[in-house]
Ligand binder design. Structure first.
Ligand code: GLU
Length: 484
């Protein structure tokens, strides 16, 4: 049966490498909508084979963020399903078996080239201005000998024998066919030296085994698709249909990045964007309702969905537009619903119980509370009152701005957003800069509270949360960096 005739099954396949990205929600939304419209299934698969980048807390954050925004899936690691397990780290045997199948058929080979040899080849290719890529040194070696070397424990990878001549045609359903000459395609690695699969192998094997009919993913994966098509051909499997959605962009049209836009779904949650507004906004990225309607529900989008309404011009993730839409949503809530929204945001007991220990000793009457905790509940701060003090002796404003950005990187690289982690990183960072903690900690205090006095700094950051803290540090860095 052709992919187009099989029951529709789509998937998202996020890698749990950091904060839950708005791009993941965007692609999830289009998969969800397409699946529902077609009466099909929507699968969530976790692609965690890159152990160096996977983070333990990230998977749960992806589930939570997608649920918060209002999306759910029919099959996945948390809900199970007929093709379980849905976590690639638990499916290694499938990839090994698949690679073994290609080795046996002479469609793949073991490669024993060392990193040093590959580096030399690369330098040579650059000097000769040739295409870079593997020079296929091991491709024609005797397979029996290669198997013996592997059996004796020699380090190796498994590569696909990509065709040497001809071309590969990728049919992107949104763009039409794209032809890639064979000499542009490398003998891709399928299994790495640790025996784990590459993204390409695991992705294709799973899409096949999970009976995925339509691969709807971001444009950034389009360059991987020829490799996937070659793999489907090597296995003699029917490829799914491919749809590469246009990338989300910053206002300057560059690919959306956290340097220019907050990209974590949790940021939008923490600043009080309503989940339905964010989902609706993502629905406007690259798609339009058909009439001029900009505010619509998920069910209405499912109803009206058609690929013809997708446009490939890079959709801009415009914060003003999101805020405008959010305002409409707020105004359309009745007071009961609005109260519920505010409570579930931050005005709830659970959150207050984190804030109160930081301010109890500072208030004498309850009417002093709101002014004392105001900065725990507000978004961007006004640094004017403290700007003149946001200095470090002997450091230029540009250095101070850069150092703040540097601190963000340090805390982002750590798991857990606890006061202890934040303080440990701040001490190391201060020492590396050769600054005094009394200066650098004050700088951080100004950046996250815009006040001269505040409760213990790192506890405050921890309660503010990663998103708000990061945003304020970034904004402070920008303002201080530009100060004269
Ligand atoms: N693991 C890839 C990601 O992180 C999956 C891309 C795809 O959908 O094929 O998005």
């Amino acid at each position: 049966m052709a992919a187009s005739d099989r029951p529709v099954r789509v998937r998202i396949a996020p890698s749990p490498t950091g904060d839950p990205h708005v791009g993941t929600a965007y692609i999830a939304l289009f998969n969800y909508v397409f699946a529902k419209k077609a009466g099909g299934k929507f699968v969530l698969r976790i692609e965690d084979t890159d152990q160096t980048r996977a983070r333990a807390d990230s998977e749960q954050m992806i589930f939570d963020a997608l649920h918060w925004i209002g999306l759910s899936w029919d099959e996945g690691p948390d809900v199970g399903g007929p093709y379980a397990p849905y976590r690639q780290s638990e499916r290694a045997h499938h990839y090994k078996a698949a690679a073994g199948e290609l080795l046996d058929a002479g469609k793949a080979y073991r490669c024993f080239c060392t990193a040093e040899r590959l580096a030399k080849v690369r330098i040579q290719q650059q000097a000769e201005k040739k295409n870079s890529g593997y020079d296929r040194h091991c491709r024609d070696a005797d397979p029996t000998e290669a198997r013996n070397r592997a059996a004796q424990g020699e380090t190796h990878v498994v590569r696909l024998k990509a065709p040497l001549t001809g071309s590969v045609v990728v049919h992107d359903q949104l763009r039409g066919p794209v032809t890639i000459d064979a000499d542009q395609i490398d003998d891709q690695v399928l299994l790495k030296s640790d025996g784990l699969p590459t993204y390409h192998l695991a992705n294709v094997v799973d899409d096949h085994l999970m009976q995925i009919t339509h691969v709807i993913r971001a444009e950034e994966w389009i360059s991987s698709t020829p490799k996937h098509v070659l793999l489907y051909q090597a296995f003699d499997w029917e490829a799914p249909q491919f749809f590469h959605m246009p990338l989300l962009r910053n206002a300057d049209k560059s690919k959306i990045s956290k340097r220019k836009n907050p990209v974590s779904i949790n940021y939008y949650r923490d600043v009080g964007i309503l989940p339905h507004a964010l989902l609706n906004f993502l629905g406007l990225m690259g798609w339009s309702f058909g009439d001029d309607r900009e505010k619509f529900t998920l069910a209405e989008m499912v109803d009206a969905f058609a690929w013809e309404k997708v446009s490939l011009g890079g959709p801009v993730f415009n914060l003003d537009k999101l805020t405008w839409l959010n305002e409409k949503y707020i105004h359309d809530l009745d007071y009961e619903q609005l109260a519920d929204a505010v409570i579930s945001w931050r005005l709830n007991k659970e959150h207050l119980i984190r804030v109160l220990p930081l301010v109890r000793e500072r208030i004498k009457k309850l009417d002093e509370l709101i002014p004392a905790i105001e900065y725990f509940y507000s978004g961007d701060l006004d640094y004017t009152p403290v700007l003149a003090d946001m200095k470090i002796p002997d450091a230029t404003p540009a250095d101070v701005g850069k150092a703040l950005l540097d601190y963000i990187e340090k805390i982002e690289a750590r798991e857990g957003f606890t006061a202890a982690v934040l303080e440990e990183e701040a001490r190391k960072w201060t020492e590396a800069l050769g600054w005094k903690a009394k200066h650098s900690f004050m700088l951080l205090r100004f950046a996250v509270t815009a006040r001269k006095a505040s409760p213990p700094l790192f506890e405050t950051m921890s309660v503010l949360g990663k998103e708000i803290t990061r945003r304020r540090l970034r904004q402070a860095a920008e303002i201080v960096g530009k100060a004269k």
